[in-house]
Design a protein around this ligand. Structure first.
Ligand SMILES: Cc1cc2nc3c(=O)[nH]c(=O)nc-3n(C[C@H](O)[C@H](O)[C@H](O)COP(=O)(O)OP(=O)(O)OC[C@H]3O[C@@H](n4cnc5c(N)ncnc54)[C@H](O)[C@@H]3O)c2cc1C
Ligand SMILES: *[C@@H]1O[C@H](CO)[C@@H](O)[C@H](O)[C@H]1NC(C)=O
Ligand SMILES: *[C@@H]1O[C@H](CO)[C@@H](O)[C@H](O)[C@H]1NC(C)=O
Ligand SMILES: *[C@@H]1O[C@H](CO)[C@@H](O)[C@H](O)[C@H]1NC(C)=O
Ligand SMILES: *[C@@H]1O[C@H](CO)[C@@H](O)[C@H](O)[C@H]1NC(C)=O
Ligand SMILES: *[C@@H]1O[C@H](CO)[C@@H](O)[C@H](O)[C@H]1NC(C)=O
Ligand SMILES: *[C@@H]1O[C@H](CO)[C@@H](O)[C@H](O)[C@H]1NC(C)=O
Ligand SMILES: *[C@@H]1O[C@H](CO)[C@@H](O)[C@H](O)[C@H]1NC(C)=O
Length: 534
């Protein structure tokens, strides 16, 4: 049971910096605890939503979380050993603050908080990189420049598509139209992986061109193009404990940790949330912050079932997997001055491609820790196999990258299995080909008194911590406005209406009458001459 083993490891390393200990609720059979707002999930979105409720003077809320820590996908664990025998802390999930802020421009709220809580981080220098293939070190950095040139053309083209409401192709098609065609060249594929898949956790074939490019623009043009890697030994979720302590007292009865939601029953008058231990909460409103992976994998029963427009949006959005495989060695046999090492496998695109040294200047110097990241299909494969099999594959790659060095066996080896965690079912979401802004809005829209927030509901910042932050804040403001309107009995006066915009019917471009001879469609697909025979 690799997934259960992983949970044990995840839990072993978590801190409770602000002294917010596990609450074991006394639950009376038959009567549900009552509250105004049930916030479901205590990741970035849930903690932010609860804070925004407090800010709006809504103090009667419950923050309900199945894990025993705050942070969700912002999760760390202990790994390896320092010289003094104590372990290091490494991040299993979110690791970079992406897009910081520029003088005079807006600031990424996560960056504001990282600074506020003194979270140790270092600029990721994507030029501090050496390139490799199965023969060892080979300099193909010139391919990076070719990619960058094509990307600029593609980004401008995506702008033309957006402005003129032209059909959205895949990133693969968009790149090809810009002249970038890497399929015959494994070095070019490695370069493409490093620039595209390593960020989105999906191959260009699987990504929306317009929303992929706008996603990059909105974070990296609006804030800054810097990505700062967090290596703080308290863990990145220290900032969330800090924020939680601004509105929760130690042992606050409104925080229910280790509490697993199994059933959400909703209507236009309230929401009842049931736990796996039979406990329940009756709320006037609920904000569900569970990942797209959780919503897609039927681990929660919705009563009544969510409407078709909602389910369609949930099932259409993509949940990617991003797997960091950590190794510690007794020595640093790679270049100590470099941050990254890119490997181009001769057969398989995305086979242990991006290696990242934590021994580089400004990181965990002297740690002899390096990790390799796989995503997408390789993540699913690697997460299904035992540690020993993965370790053997990884060591074979390292030995081909460093043919003239006797690469020792690692002294520590570990990786999380995000695709199997039943509270996440993946790492972060991604915008697929064919999903429109309207269909994405259906992900965000409330259903009666049940509201949705999280990185996946963010149209502009899906996949990022700051996306989760903005959506948590937004939905809490909407719920607070509903409570205020109800108090004054003037539901119509708020800037936030009781129903968010939704699109119950979304048409394609092809009319039924266009399925005709001129369009190469002389036969009806509804005919079935074979229906009688078996
Ligand atoms: C490997 C990895 C790398 C990443 N890298 C970055 C990065 O570098 N930079 C960046 O900005 N973002 C990164 N992200 C994405 C970032 O972690 C997420 O966008 C963000 O943390 C999501 O927050 P959330 O509140 O929307 O969801 P979550 O963190 O998933 O919060 C939802 C909460 O709901 C809880 N929950 C689920 N099911 C139940 C249930 N049945 N009952 C009760 N509680 C439940 C979960 O335990 C969780 O705590 C990464 C994520 C991963 C996994
Ligand atoms: C709550 O208010 C504080 C103080 O003004 C602010 O710093 C914080 O960002 C607010 N939180 C949210 C989620 O809006
Ligand atoms: C990034 O790394 C490159 C290559 O090592 C180096 O030339 C450059 O000065 C570094 N940039 C920063 C900002 O550290
Ligand atoms: C390995 O050593 C051989 C022979 O000395 C040399 O030709 C080759 O360039 C070296 N390879 C690397 C990757 O350093
Ligand atoms: C993205 O930003 C670039 C400038 O960096 C611009 O040329 C392009 O039009 C933008 N594309 C979209 C889709 O916003
Ligand atoms: C943060 O960085 C400083 C300076 O390198 C170091 O002394 C300190 O121990 C670090 N703290 C944590 C919690 O990582
Ligand atoms: C979910 O909860 C509702 C209301 O509490 C209840 O009527 C329904 O039977 C529950 N469904 C499941 C599958 O437990
Ligand atoms: C690391 O271990 C290898 C054997 O696995 C050994 O040959 C090497 O000398 C060790 N390095 C150091 C610095 O101890």
């Amino acid at each position: 049971m690799p997934s259960l083993l992983r949970i044990a490891t995840l839990l072993a390393g978590v801190s409770s910096t602000a002294g917010l200990a596990i609450q074991h609720e006394q639950r009376n059979a038959g009567t549900c605890r009552k509250t105004k707002v049930a916030v479901l999930g205590a990741g970035v979105a849930g903690v932010t939503a609860a804070q925004a409720l407090s800010n709006a003077s809504v103090t009667d809320f419950l923050l309900i979380e199945r894990n025993d820590y705050l942070g969700g996908r912002v999760a760390h664990t202990t790994f390896g050993k320092k010289a003094d025998g104590t372990p290091y802390t490494v991040e299993l999930g979110a690791n970079w603050v992406q897009g910081l802020g520029s003088p005079g421009g807006p600031e990424n709220p996560i960056w504001t908080l990282a600074k506020l809580y003194g979270i140790n981080n270092t600029y990721s220098n994507y030029s501090s990189m050496l390139t490799y293939d199965e023969t060892g070190y080979v300099d193909y950095t010139d391919v990076m420049d070719a990619y960058d040139d094509a990307y600029d053309i593609a980004a401008a083209d995506a702008g033309v598509l957006l402005t003129n409401n032209l059909q959205d192709p895949s990133v693969r098609a968009g790149f090809s139209l810009a002249g970038w065609k890497p399929k015959k060249d494994m070095h070019a594929q490695a370069v493409e992986f490093w620039n595209w898949d390593w960020e989105t956790a999906y191959a260009p074939e699987d990504c929306s061109f317009v929303y992929g490019i706008t996603g990059n623009n909105l974070t990296f043009n609006q804030y800054s193009d810097a990505n700062n890697y967090v290596w703080d030994q308290r863990g990145l979720n220290t900032f969330l404990y800090g924020e939680a302590s601004t509105f929760l007292a130690p042992h606050d009865k409104r925080l229910l940790l280790s509490t697993t939601v199994t059933n959400i029953s909703y209507s236009d008058s309230g929401v009842t949330v049931t736990f796996d231990d039979g406990g329940c909460v009756e709320a006037e409103h609920a904000i569900c912050t569970f990942s797209m992976g959780v919503l897609q994998n039927d681990v929660i029963t919705f009563d009544p079932p969510l409407p078709r427009w909602k389910v369609d949006a949930i099932e259409s959005f993509e949940m990617g997997t991003y797997t960091k495989i950590f190794m510690q060695f007794n020595e640093t046999f790679w270049d100590e001055s470099m941050q990254y090492f890119l490997y181009a496998d001769p057969q398989v695109r995305g086979y242990y491609p991006v290696w990242q040294s934590l021994d580089a200047p400004g990181f965990l110097e002297g740690s002899h820790i390096i990790f390799v990241t796989v995503v997408g299909a390789e993540s699913y494969r690697v997460e299904q196999q035992p540690d020993e099999v993965t370790k053997a594959e990884v060591m074979a790659v390292l030995r081909s990258m460093f043919p003239n060095i006797t690469v020792p066996e690692p002294t520590a080896f570990m990786y999380p299995r995000w695709s199997l965690e039943n509270w996440a079912f993946g790492s972060y979401s991604n915008w697929p080909v064919g999903m429109t802004l309207e269909k994405h809005q259906n992900l965000r829209a409330n259903v009666d008194r049940l509201w949705f927030a999280g990185e996946g509901t963010s149209a502009e910042y899906f996949g990022f911590m700051h996306g989760a932050w903005f959506e948590g804040q937004e939905m809490a403001k909407r719920v607070a406005a509903q409570l205020k309107a109800a108090k004054k009995n003037n539901g119509g006066s708020s800037q936030y209406g009781p129903q968010m915009v939704r699109y119950e019917v979304l048409h394609g471009t092809t009319q039924l009458k266009e399925f005709n001879f001129e369009n190469g469609w002389p036969v009806s697909s509804f005919l079935d001459y074979d229906s009688d025979s078996d």
